[in-house]
Design a protein around this ligand. Structure first.
Ligand code: ADP
Ligand code: MG
Length: 984
């Protein structure tokens, strides 16, 4: 209230920002007027002039007005010219409007410009992209799909090219040389996953600078920014490969879950029936009613989507009572009560939080002989008990602990699998959340309704679904490289975004990305009529009403866009329309190839288009001739989406650029949103109005209540995203360290320095370790380590403590370093500088890559198991951070150790190796034999020469053949992918 009052007096922040822009717009238009006098070449010459001024110290801010004017003027000159966009010819007809220049200024300043659909955001982005690309750095535009990347880069390419800049576009099937060319352009268009995956490949996999494709993370504009930074940001980008050993138990557990599910289903049906009988009694006593409500609550805990249950709960009065009882049994004052209530069930399902758990009854059912098989012991207590066990010696304790931990890990895996199976059976519906096609389970994107081939649910859920559907359970995969979309885009020096719908999420944009939303006014006033929501008791009644409304519009020739929240709904509605003989197009997961074209035609006379909510996003719906006179495009929403933003997006598809248009949403009490987050208030309003079956209700109050429900879900989802991010922040810091070291290795001219720095540091810390006990220097420890790491014959005299009486003698540290350096110089003598530099880089990279991947595997497991440790009131995130830190310290130590161990054990050729050892004094080698040799990838043993009895030296030869990725072009020159050619 107060804030809207203040807004009225002072205007919102957006209004103030807009006001500040007015004089700038005037100035830009003034300059553009001047530019009209130039020749084409004269205008083009401006680009070089700007670049030179920037090179001489001017900032992009100094040049903004002139730069934008140049773009506007180029657009003017392009008018009437034919350009080819995605194989279609198109006549250029755009000169930026003032509001578009406003949007451009806001983008240049690093904000999100909220501009309605059809306001021409594609053109808006050209101004800041041109301006910022004058720095010579690669500027990027992020689109929601490949098609738009191509279309927009070709379309807007006309402007960039006119002004003498280059533009590129990434497509999914490009290989790395082509990608590199696209990034070499001044401006690059592409989807967020192309940018993100290129980054992961560059930083985590490229083994030479030449193979890295990206240049800068300087300035990016994200189109449809809400879709990318909010919806897509829920799933991180992951590059994965199959794991070596698979340990899952899905196939073994499936039969038990089948039975359990069946039994629970029967149990619930019986309980619903009993409840119904009780409630139907002519003189319903309080006790009878309590009993009935209890039964309903139990069913809801055991099978929340049970059909008959949902039917009974349509009665608002009953729903309210069940909710109340639910709150009561869960309250802290009634400890133990929840367990009692659930004890009749075999398992429980939390629909809101997506949790599933076996009850004791369920455990007895599937494992009657050993119910404990599904109970996780208390890890810490058990370990402490072993520690205290006096019948065991140290070795015995260590062994018992190890066994215990292995057992624990096995059990938690089984439990985790089991819980995923329960979820798969109870919470995931075929054809809503996933479809089965060609022996595979494919995810259906919740927002667009598209299939997402190649993407898999994480943490074993996907395998659980495969088990449920009796299709082949695919091998588990392990993460090879991963980053969240949030953390990828946070790397940019400057980030901006544009969309029709950002305002409702302004808080999240600000908190996570430090992006402010500026609402840009429309070019012409918006003439859309938004009708009140229509509310029905059941889905069936709702759908009937929708089809009636579609028919009415169809009869009078008004085009309709009918948006649904799921593929299932769009199919039901399509069938209903078919029965009424209303011709229509359906855009959903199974039919999206010509999506853009169908959507573009959705504004023609009598067109009916059924689309999952965001299908065809990014394509503008233009009205056909005479459509304005029948009211323009009418948008119908078949349900309120979880998020207000998605509804606004759907509404925004009509009434563009001052056209007429209208919208209406339909809601039923059976909709998920209403069931899960809406109940109490709406139900009581409904009661007040006394809604009968088949009746419809409309009231502005109800719109508000529904929005409140949506706000609740939005907050819930934001909390989840924030949580994911908090977990990823841990990974992010680790990734920065590893990728930093990797990049330094690729860039450096002198990798030797990196290795010697590591040696230097490690020796310092080992000496410290050996001196930990002040009374006695642990010479054996130090000597053993030195000889295991550096096979250059350290002897006890090398590590005698420094004589305190002779302060001038070199320290122990320096003496050790000197010996290593001397040996390394020998090595340098036998290799060429070039090949040695390559070898050094390879040693570092291989150590990082192998161990980092192992580490990621470990982190995957940690993340999956950490939820199970949430006992003893510990915050799992803190536990996770703690463990992750420990694991990372170990990783870094292992990387260092690996690098040092390989310093003297790698050579580029056998000849070099032989030379090295023949140059060293034999004594040095003898002493160090037999102490090393963890077998490594390419092992060639026995470099037998007279001087060296080297039969047990194991040495790795690294050959200078660049690694070929499976999806890279085959080095044989066939033009095919490596995996399809020589790599088969
Ligand atoms: P948005 O991304 O904001 O929804 P688009 O960039 O797809 O909008 O543009 C919508 C339509 O508006 C396009 O057909 C485009 O040709 C047209 N348009 C954009 N800017 C102008 C302009 N300044 N003058 C004329 N037409 C324009
Ligand atoms: Mg657009």
């Amino acid at each position: 209230m107060l804030s809207s009052f203040l807004k009225m007096i002072f205007g919102s922040k957006s209004d103030r920002d807009i006001k500040k822009m007015r004089p700038l717009i005037e100035k830009i238009n003034q300059i553009e007027l001047e530019y009209q006098k130039l020749t084409d070449d004269g205008l083009r010459g401006k680009t070089d002039e700007f670049k030179k001024r920037i090179a001489d110290g001017a900032t992009v801010a100094d040049i903004m007005c002139e730069g934008f004017a140049a773009v506007k003027n180029a657009c003017r000159r392009l008018c009437g010219r034919t350009i080819t966009v995605c194989d279609h010819e198109l006549v250029w007809d755009m000169i930026p409007y003032d509001v578009q220049i406003m949007g451009a200024i806001s983008l240049h300043l690093g904000n999100i410009s909220e501009m309605q659909t059809g306001e021409g955001k594609t053109l808006v982005a050209t101004m800041p992209l041109y301006l910022n690309a004058l720095t010579g750095k690669n500027c990027q535009l992020v689109t929601v799909n490949d098609y738009l990347a191509k279309r927009d880069s070709e379309w807007m390419g006309a402007v960039y090219k006119f002004l003498g800049l280059t533009v590129g576009c990434l497509q999914n099937d490009m290989h790395s040389t082509e990608r590199k060319e696209q990034y070499a352009c001044d401006i690059t268009y592409g989807t967020n996953s192309e940018f993100g995956f290129d980054y992961l490949r560059d930083m985590g996999m490229a083994n030479s600078l030449e193979r890295m494709v990206q240049r800068d993370h300087y300035y990016a504009i994200i189109d449809e920014v809400d879709s990318i930074l909010i919806d897509e940001a829920r799933t991180p980008l992951i590059i994965s490969g199959p794991v070596a050993v698979s340990t899952h138990q899905f196939d073994k557990l499936k039969p038990s879950i089948d039975t359990l599910f069946l039994k629970q289903n029967m149990l619930c049906s019986r309980m619903v029936q009993e409840a119904r009988d009780l409630l139907a009694k002519p003189e319903l006593s309080k006790d009878d009613e309590d009993e009935a409500i209890m039964k309903l609550l139990q069913v809801r805990m055991g099978m929340p989507t049970h059909k008959q249950l949902m039917h009974i709960l349509e009665d608002g009065a009953i729903l309210k009572k069940v909710d109340k009882l639910d709150g009561f049994v869960r309250s802290d004052n009634n400890r133990g009560m929840l367990q009692d209530v659930q004890s009749e069930l075999f398992f429980t399902i939390e629909e809101k939080t997506h949790e599933a758990d076996l009850t004791e009854k369920g455990r007895n059912e599937i494992s009657p002989d050993d119910p404990e098989a599904f109970v996780l012991p208390d890890l810490i207590n058990c370990l402490q008990d072993i520690e205290k066990d006096e019948s065991l010696d140290e070795q015995g304790k260590a062994k018992t602990k190890l066994e215990f931990q292995e057992n624990f890990a096995k059990k938690s895996e089984i439990l985790q699998n089991l819980s995923q199976l329960l979820k798969a059976y109870c919470l995931f519906e075929k054809d809503v959340h996933y479809v089965v096609q060609g022996n595979k389970v494919l995810i259906v994107d919740e927002h667009t309704g598209r299939l997402m081939p190649g993407r898999r649910f994480s943490d074993g859920l996907h395998q659980a679904l495969e088990a449920k559907e009796n299709v082949e359970i695919e091998r588990e995969t392990q993460t090879l490289a991963t980053i969240t979309i949030q953390n990828y885009f946070r790397m940019y020096e400057k980030l901006a975004g544009m969309t029709g719908t950002a305002e409702t999420e302004a808080n999240e944009f600000h908190q996570i990305y430090k992006l402010d939303v500026i609402v840009i006014p429309t070019n012409r006033p918006c003439k859309r009529t938004d009708n009140n929501d229509c509310i029905y008791k059941t889905k069936r009644e709702k759908f009937n009403a929708i089809v009636d409304e579609v028919e009415e519009c169809y009869q009078k020739g008004q085009p309709v866009l009918l948006g649904t929240v799921s593929v299932e709904d769009s199919e039901i509605l399509s069938r209903m329309l078919k029965r009424k003989k209303i011709p229509h197009n359906v855009l959903n997961a199974k039919n999206h190839e010509s999506e853009a074209e169908i959507v573009a035609r959705a504004g023609q006379k009598s067109a009916v288009t059924v689309a999952t909510n965001m299908a065809g996003r990014g394509t503008d719906i233009k009205l056909g001739a005479g459509i304005a006179s029948v009211g323009g495009l009418h948008v119908i929403g078949s349900a309120r989406h979880d998020s207000r933003r998605i509804d606004r997006q759907l509404r925004g598809r009509c009434a563009r650029q001052g056209d007429p248009g209208s919208s209406r949403f339909y809601v039923s009490l059976e909709d998920n949103l209403m069931r899960l987050f809406g109940s109490d208030r709406i139900v009581s309003i409904m009661e007040r109005f006394g809604l009968e079956d088949g009746e419809e209700l409309q009231h502005p109050w109800l719109n508000k209540s529904i929005e409140t429900a949506q706000r609740r879900v939005e907050q819930h989802h934001f909390a989840i995203r924030k949580r994911t991010l908090e977990y990823d922040d841990v990974m992010n810091k680790q990734r920065e360290v590893i990728y930093g070291l990797r990049k330094e290795t690729l860039v450096t001219e002198n990798p030797r320095e990196i290795i010697l720095d590591i040696v230097n540091d490690e020796i310092t810390s080992r000496i410290a370790e050996a001196s930990a006990n002040k009374d006695e220097f642990n010479a054996k420890f130090l000597l053993d380590w030195l000889n295991q790491t550096f096979p250059i014959g350290f002897s006890s005299k090398d590590i005698s403590p420094t004589d305190a009486a002779a302060p001038d003698t070199p320290t122990l540290h320096d003496r050790i370093m000197k010996k290593i350096l001397k040996a390394y110089e020998e090595k340098e003598k036998v290799e060429t500088t070039e090949s040695l530099r390559w070898l050094e880089k390879t040693i570092i990279l291989e150590a990082i890559d192998r161990l980092w991947q192992e580490h990621l595997h470990g982190m995957d497991h940690l993340r999956a198991s950490i939820g199970l440790r949430a006992y003893a009131q510990k915050d799992p995130l803190i536990e996770y951070k703690h463990e992750a830190f420990k694991m990372f310290s170990e990783l870094m130590q292992n990387v260092n150790q690996d690098i040092m161990t390989n310093m003297f054990r790698s050579a580029t050729s056998l000849a070099a190796f032989e030379k090295l050892f023949s140059n060293m004094p034999t004594a040095m080698i003898h002493e160090s034999l037999g102490q090393f040799g963890a077998p490594q990838e390419e092992i060639v043993d026995g470099a037998e020469t007279n001087e060296i009895p080297a039969s047990d030296i194991q040495i790795t030869f690294k050959r200078e053949i660049p690694r070929v990725g499976r999806n890279d072009q085959c080095p044989c020159g066939s033009g095919k992918k490596y995996k399809k050619c020589c790599g088969q």
